[in-house]
Design a protein around this ligand. Sequence first.
Ligand SMILES: [Zn+2]
Length: 440
Amino acid sequence: MGTLMRTMTIRTVIALLTSMIAVQAAAAEISAFRVWTDPEKTRAVLDLTERTEYRLFTLQNPDRIVIDIDNAGVAESLGFEPDHAGVITSVRHGEPEKNTLRVVFDLSAATKTKSFLLEPTAQYGHRLVIDLYPENGSSKAEPVKQVARSAENDRKVVVAIDAGHGGEDPGALGPNRTREKDVVLAISRELKKAIDAQPGMQAVMVRDGDYYIPHRDRYEKARKNRADLFVSIHADAFTKSSVTGSSVFVLSSGGASSEFARRMADSENSSDLIGGVTLGDKDEMLASVLLDLSQSATLEASNLVAGTVFNSMRSVGKTHKNTVEHANFMVLKSPDVPSILVETAFISNPSEEKRLRDPAWQKKIAGAIANGVQDYFYLSPPPGTWIAANRQPIRHRVVSGDTLGDIASRYQVTVYRLRSANDLQSDVIRVGSELVIPTI
Ligand SMILES: [Zn+2]
């Protein structure tokens, strides 16, 4: 009996000790503070070492946000970069009562606030995210400027440029800590310059700052701007640092059909304008046929532009593979805007990482992508555009490894037409020679 009592007591003590240790261990620390501003909101992220409870409230005169976090401390000072802090003018913290950390954001305007906790992912631990939407709406401007379409027969083609990642999503990291989100934004800006410099072409940026946009919103933004083409810019990464080269991706047909099924199932989307046709007022069968036609035409156009961009990039540097690649990237799933994703180089390779940071190389690769884009529009101009009225035949410079069959399939012409347009007696082609590509 006495032995049992003693055993229980020891157990109780052990349980008590364990719970005390747990309370000690549960004390969270804010290890970092990050803030970004996009055209709609300011997003503040507190990195936490543990998941914790918090309470958030808004105060006026002056406008500020107060966040009380239980059992938390601050690792170091909250580094605050005011230049992209949007509506937040300063950040303070203190301890109003024992075991409560209070963080205060001073604001330049009244805001609507959304906050939530995020579980750890590969890149980050626990996070508390606070989104601040200014109430006066002054910064609610559409991120992408609406491009005016002229009624005349000379409108410019519109290219939506999507710099991958952004904000709390840094993308891949190079061995020297280069962040994909930064270099792809720099390349995208060069690409915009190169496209705007071509007659009959105009570019809009889907992301033009250090903030995150969800994938579907990216292509929807391109659709809202009535883009003729969507180009997403990325830098690749692989576990083996020796892997190098650029790649061009299009959506695989499996990915297109799953997105097709989702759109058909989603009543909100059925009222969408797909390829210039409203689906909502059609019966389901007809709507499904129209959407399917639009999706197939879009995929075919995507394959063509992937081919011309791939060819052009191959003429300035090494490609990772010998062909265009297919993948199920969400960002490529627009039902009616031809879309490609360009992996400009491998950020995981030290010498390509260095190139990705080099402004001269950024300009060179952007120029190659722009030339490929221009080739695509010259081969297949949208009706009513300046390019449709003024296009020139395009030329392909033969590089090592090219075969006549590969070239024909990339430009979607037959080998027969390619041979006759160039007076070729056989399928033999010389590296460095130029081939005229017959227009479709
Ligand atoms: Zn990426």
